[in-house]
Structure formats: structure tokens, C-alpha cells
Design a protein around this ligand. Sequence first.
Ligand code: FAD
Ligand code: NAI
Length: 469
Amino acid sequence: MADQTYDYDVLVIGSGPGGYVAAIRAAQLGLKTACAESRETLGGTCLNVGCIPSKAMLHASELYEEAHEGALEKFGVKLSGAKLDLDQMLSEKEKAVGELTGGIEFLFKKNKVEWLKGHASFEDAHSVKIGKKTVTAKDVVIATGSSVTPLPGVEIDNDKHQIVDSTGALALPKVPKKMVVIGGGVIGLELGSVWRRLGAEVIVVEFLDQILPGMDGDVRREAAKLFKKQGFDIRTGTKVTSAKTLKAKVKLTVEPAKGGDEESIEADCVLVSIGRKPNTDGLGLDAIGLETNDRGQIEIDHEFRTKVDGVWAIGDVVPGLMLAHKAEDEGIAVSENIAGQTGIVNHDVIPSVVYTMPEIASVGLTTEEAKAKGHEVKAGKFPMMANSRAKTNRDTDGFVKVIADAETDRVLGVHIIASLAGTMIAQAAQAMEFGATSEDIAYTCHAHPTHSEAIKEAAMAVTGKPIHI
Ligand code: FAD
Ligand code: NAI
């Protein structure tokens, strides 16, 4: 039963994986709930222009590359004349997006979550203007997500398909001959992979000395080696200083990050993927006296409360990893806290996956982080080359690395490069959630033949006793 003083018990602003999950959970807990969304469809960045369309394009482009490059011939599958129908590929992606965003609409109806269409802005802590209407709620959850970080001097114009962000790169009407990706992070490598597989020459310009910041050092080195082998031209320690759009090309000026001679690169398309920033513009935070931190994020306590009573925040707009499943778990926890239960997210065990081929997945601390935190570290590494299933499938790139505390043997982190790393990491996350030691993983029976046996062997390698190397 709603508190009669307010229109709703809970108003969630934003319907991404954080917001829609929070709204559904709040409704499941008997709270009268509405969700404001300014986009035409529900599901936020993730379903509309993020996780889902990018995975659709990664899957389709992988099929194309396998069929087109004769990769299947060694398995006795002969194909000839495989052609790219990019319009069809894009429309199948849109179909998947439509089905999933429509699915959230269905779930809202099923759970009696009211969808309030329009941009939301605070008038006070319990009153929010959505479009022309003001509604009131006892508790308000900010789940407004994030958008692309702009690069000064490199103006994004997705409609022209020349200088694009991830949204533009998910809808290019033709395969660019040459594409420059600015930023060797997750988006750059995933979407760079899509267009490389479809025929583009891809140059990655990365400011730092290595790609994939935040990942374990061994993983970063191995990933760079594998991507170069695939044909990526990776230029680390390089910065873009300007971009000029010519008629059909973009002319980029780049120079060594630490200073040096300028060079120019001409490309048909430039993808700007240098990170994302929290969405708080036009949200009326001033009206409730809520300030953002120096990274533009809304600070929260461990229960997801902001400094303003009755106002909570989750997902990409708060500090932490910008990942859909992290936002979802926070969505469940915040609503449980609002309902008076105990909602908890263990932020030390959030897996992350880069959906390239091979996939790159990690959970917990990197070797560098573990040492910096004062742990004496034992690590076990097992190459996919020695895993029987990977050998059989001819997908032997990569390794599994298990990091444990030398004294207690407790697993501190697991890092995987393997074709199925994204699926394999789930068991590592669960083991860590249960406080496993490397010995626990090593003595857990793993089905044979599976890629996951490499996790068991890496855990055995922590104490120096793997069987197959
Ligand atoms: P969002 O999903 O950004 O949703 C916020 C919503 O709030 C938006 O729909 C926005 O329109 C709405 N909104 C904002 N302000 C207002 C307002 N004032 N009023 C009304 N509505 C408002 N993560 C993964 O875990 N796995 C992946 O594979 C993955 N792939 C990605 C690929 C790409 C290309 C991108 C860009 C991101 C990807 N991510 C991935 C990241 C993931 O999309 C985000 O971490 C996730 O969407 C964050 O969820 P959120 O609910 O915090 O915000
Ligand atoms: P990112 O933070 O992963 O990578 C950005 C890269 O750009 C970094 O390597 C950084 O050093 C580099 N960079 C920054 N400024 C630069 C400059 N001026 N010139 C050259 N390089 C520069 O950010 P990205 O790829 O934009 O992704 C944003 C977020 O979206 C990530 O935080 C990620 O969590 C999320 N995401 C997650 C995915 C997944 O889970 N599979 C897929 C795509 C995005």
C-alpha cells in the first residue's frame, strides 16, 4: 500500500539494467513503483546501444569471419561464396534489441511498474518533474547511467558515419576500408573486432603504454600479442591531437604521448572510445543540494544512500565498475534496502568480460593490485594449449591465471583469456564469493573435456602440481 503522502513509494530515474531491475524488485516487494525514462524504449544503454547490440554484431561478424576466411575447412566444412549482407546483419541486431527492450516493457506490466515517459528533473528530494508533470515519491533512485566521454578536438557526428562513438559504430551502413579506434579499452577492442572481421583495416591508438587498463599485466601483454596476430595495428603510448573531416576521409594528427614528432593518419572512420562519464546533466541535483565528486559521480554509502535523505543512486552514475551486471545487482540491493531488508553487493567479486575472440575475463584482484594491498601472492597459470577440449576445438589461444594469498591460500583473483572465458569466469566468481582457497578449486571435480578444466589445473599450479603441463 502506497504511503498516501506521495504518488509512489519508489520512483526510479532511468530504465537501464540498474533502474529497471530496481523498479521490478521494488514492485515485487509490494512498493508502488514508477520508472522514468527519457529514451523511446526501456533497457538503457545496455539493451539499446551497449551490451546487446554489440554482442549481436560480435556474434554475426564472427560467423562471417569463420565462413569467409575458410576457417572451417580444416574441420572438413567447405564453403564457397560466403558474402556479407550488412543490412541484414544490422537488421537482425535491431530485431534482438527490439525483442529485449520489449521484454522489459512486458516485465513492467507484469510487475505493475508504471513507465513515466520523459526526462526527469528534481524539484525537491521527493518531487520530480517528468516532461510537464510533477510526481512525488517517498524514495527516489537515481539510475541515470553514463554516456561517452568526448575528446576535445575530435567532434563526434554519428549521422555522418565518419567520427563516431560506440552508438555510431554499431550502425555503420558500410564497412570502412580503414578505421582508427581512439582508446584501446573494452569498446575499442570489441567494436574494432567487429569491423576488422568484416574487412576493415583497424588501427588502435592508445594513450597508455598498454591496452586494457585495469587488467592483470600478464593478460594485457598476451591480449596485445593476440590482437596484433589478428591484424590489429596497435599504437600504444600515442595520443590524438586533432581530427579534421575531409570529404570522404578523416585526417587525424597523432603524436607520442610523452612528446615527439607529429604524424597524420587518414581513415574512413574514427571511433572515439576513451571511456564513459556519469549522466547528471539536467537532473536538477542543485535543487536537492547534491553535489557530484570530481569524476562527476554521485557518492553513496554501502547501502546506496546519497547524502540526501530519501535519494539513492546505483549503476554507472556511482563510483565503481561500469558494468550491466553490477548495476543489476545494485538495483536489487537498493530496493531491498528501501523495503527495510538488507541488500548487499560484494563489490570485490564483480566479474568483467571483454567479448573479443578469445574472450578476456577477470574477477577479483590483479597481481599488481594484490601486491599493492600487501598480499604475498602465489599464482598458478595454465595455458589453453594444454587443455584437451581447446586443443580438440583448435582454439588454444590464452591461459588461466589463479592468484591466491601465499599464507592463507584464499583465491584473490582469477584472470582468463580463452574462447569461453566469459562463461568460465562464473565458477571463479562463485568460488571467490564462497571464500574458496586454490586447493578448494583444485580438488573440485570438473567435467571432461571442458575448457573449465583449465581453471582446475591453474588452481593446482598455485601449489605447483598441475597434471597436464
Ligand atoms: P544505463 O544503461 O546507461 O541507463 C540509464 C538510462 O537512464 C538511460 O536509458 C537514459 O536514457 C536514462 N536517463 C538518463 N538521465 C535521465 C533523466 N534525467 N530522466 C529520464 N531518464 C534518464 N556492460 C556489461 O556488463 N557487459 C557488456 O557486454 C557491455 N557492453 C557494452 C557495450 C557498449 C557499446 C557500451 C556503451 C556499454 C556496454 N556495457 C556493458 C556497459 C553497460 O551498458 C552499462 O554498465 C550499463 O548499461 C549501466 O546501467 P545503468 O542502469 O547504470 O545505466
Ligand atoms: P575504457 O575505459 O575501457 O577504455 C578507454 C581507453 O581509452 C583506455 O585504454 C584509456 O587509456 C584510453 N584513452 C583515454 N584517453 C585517451 C586519449 N585521449 N587517446 C587515446 N587513448 C585514450 O572505456 P571504453 O572502452 O570507452 O568503455 C567504457 C565503459 O563501458 C567501460 O568502463 C566498460 O566497463 C563498459 N563496457 C563494458 C563492456 C563489457 O563489459 N564487455 C563492453 C563495452 C563497454
